[in-house]
Design a protein around this ligand. Sequence first.
Ligand SMILES: [Fe+2]
Length: 223
Amino acid sequence: MTNHTKEEPLSADQWLIESQELRSFVATVREISANTTDDRSQTLARLEPYFQELLAQPRWLPEKFAQINPESKMGGGIGQWLLYRSQDRSLTVFSLVIPPSATTPVHDHLAWGLIGLYQGNQEEIVYRRVDNGESEEYAQLEVVEVRSLQPGDIYRLLPPDGDIHAVKTTSQSASVSIHVLGNDTGCIWRHQFIPESHSVKSFRSGYSNVPCQEEEKENALIR
Ligand SMILES: [Fe+2]
């Protein structure tokens, strides 16, 4: 198994966009998540109305962060744009842009979170793992739910519930969803699944606009 170094804390919170709407939403997330650390279902329930409000506002996300990314590590031109990351990497907000007809791999997130659709339409297939989870190469998944999502729709991640899914854009234009996650989703090593062959492998999606520390080190070695 590959040994991955843990990403170090940042020197300060990172803001990749300048938006009053996002700043005030993040302040609310920080307050609510700090007050509900022992019950993440409470965190999610209390956050939802504020998230709904953010998703209903049409102009806070700059066009640049609603673009697809042909270089994507997730494949299919999917853009994953970091918008905010807390200093200790325990909270991130990012946009995920999936081109028309493209599908994400089946993947997990390994943290509590809320995902809301901002533009376009999606179909989401939610899975659950039914083996004992001990093997690094084998996983047996079963489909729990298939959902059609419209702008404004929100779903919850509360591992293991809702944590494994694949998402496809069903609109003519790219879909844009906003993710609020209790980890540094783009830079941690998580899992990609191929349900038909029961295989699982570790993967790191990265962000389209910010390298992870480990990637920076690898690039420095190549140079
Ligand atoms: Fe996801």
